[in-house]
Ligand binder design. Structure first.
Ligand code: SF4
Ligand code: SF4
Length: 354
């Protein structure tokens, strides 16, 4: 007779099933996370980098939270409050910044309130009660500031449900236009950033230890990217809010950030070229491909200009390099690409395996 499944096996099977319900990466920057203090993390999210896979248990907690939302809305309605506009969507910056509120609730005061429902364990719940939403979970506070700003409302109601004992905490939050504009500016800054913003915390901080992007951020060579898209391609650049492909072979505006072509390469490069005191350009082999002129990247002159090189240095480099490439091309009958490569070998631009 086949053995009965063991309790641990059953739990593991459930967690495994839950882990498969992972949501696809969103194609936008979410208002529900814009209050996070690490802009680098928000940039990773926005650009569709693969996070550390969450455990099935964590996903189950998240799903439970969503169901609690529905249950509480039912209870609020039965208690006499009118709730409308559930899951109303807000967006900005060509729909690259988006959010959905839980609803708009009427009957709290004479003014309608944005409704946001959250759930928490006992410890966190007690913090909400003693310190309020802004101090306990500034990300929630920022989220409702965005919703109020985009909905044109001046009040929000946050209802927190305690998962341990069904206790309920509610707090009214006033709109703060200054904070709203700050959050908008932050969203814009992250959307148009060509490279990852700086790290906000130290590697051994609690924030980094629990961050879904800790491997990508601190050990990028161990990162596993499961989805390649224009938005996480190293050739993507922003012209204001317009994404463009900067690959020399096919520069064009990018209309679908979630697609990719054969030249896709993950935007993980962190090394930049630099100029030594004697004016020599040092080009790490694994520098960002946009500097790799031999790989479709920008010209040496553009790189030197970007690094703030003296105009004399730029002229000297370009003159020497281009002249040599032209001579080699003509004398040896080589294609331009090969002639440029040879010219580089004898012009003092030193690729370095950093
Ligand atoms: S690991 Fe730390 S610094 Fe890096 S993205 Fe996450 S929170 Fe920010
Ligand atoms: S190289 Fe291809 S994948 Fe990368 S941004 Fe350009 S079109 Fe998109």
């Amino acid at each position: 007779m086949a053995g009965l499944p063991q309790p641990d096996t059953i739990a593991n099977e459930i967690f495994e099933t839950a882990s498969k319900r992972r949501e696809e990466a969103r194609g936008y920057l979410g208002m529900s996370s814009i209050g996070d203090p690490c802009e680098r993390k928000l940039w990773y999210m926005f650009r569709g980098f693969t996070p550390v896979p969450p455990e099935g248990r964590a996903l189950m907690i998240f799903e439970l939270g969503k169901r609690i939302e529905d249950i509480l809305i039912e209870y609020l309605r039965e208690s006499g409050y009118r709730i409308e506009a559930t899951q109303t969507a807000f967006d900005d910056f060509n729909r690259l910044f988006r959010g959905h509120c839980d609803g708009v609730i009427h009957g709290i005061t004479q003014r309608p309130h944005i409704l946001e429902i959250k759930s928490a364990n006992r410890k966190k719940f007690d913090n909400f009660k003693s310190d309020g939403v802004q101090k306990t979970y500034p990300v929630y506070w920022a989220q409702v500031q965005c919703y109020m700003g985009y909905a044109g409302l001046e009040r929000a109601l946050v209802v927190v449900y305690c998962k341990d004992n069904s206790d309920i905490y509610s707090e009214r939050i006033h709109f703060n236009r200054h904070e709203f504009e700050e959050l908008r500016r932050k969203a814009y800054r992250i959307i148009i950033a060509d490279d990852a913003p700086g790290k906000a915390f130290a590697q051994d901080s609690l924030e980094c230890r629990y961050c879904d992007y800790r491997i990508l951020c601190w050990n990028p060579t161990e990162h596993i990217q499961t989805v390649g898209q224009c938005k996480n391609c190293v050739w993507l650049k922003w012209d204001g809010l317009s994404p463009i492909c900067s690959h020399r072979n096919h520069s064009f505006p990018v209309h679908h950030l979630d697609r990719k072509c054969d030249d896709w390469s993950l935007a993980l490069f962190v090394k930049t070229p630099f100029i030594k005191e004697d004016g020599t350009l040092v080009m790490p082999f694994d520098s960002h491909p946009r500097y790799q002129w031999w790989n479709g990247g920008q010209s040496i002159a553009d790189t030197l200009a970007e690094l703030g090189a003296d105009p004399g240095v730029i002229e000297d480099y370009v003159w020497r390099w281009e002249e040599r490439a032209g001579i080699i091309e003509a004398d040896d009958g080589l294609p331009r690409y090969e002639a440029e490569r040879r010219a580089l070998e004898i012009t003092p631009v030193y690729p370095k395996a950093a």
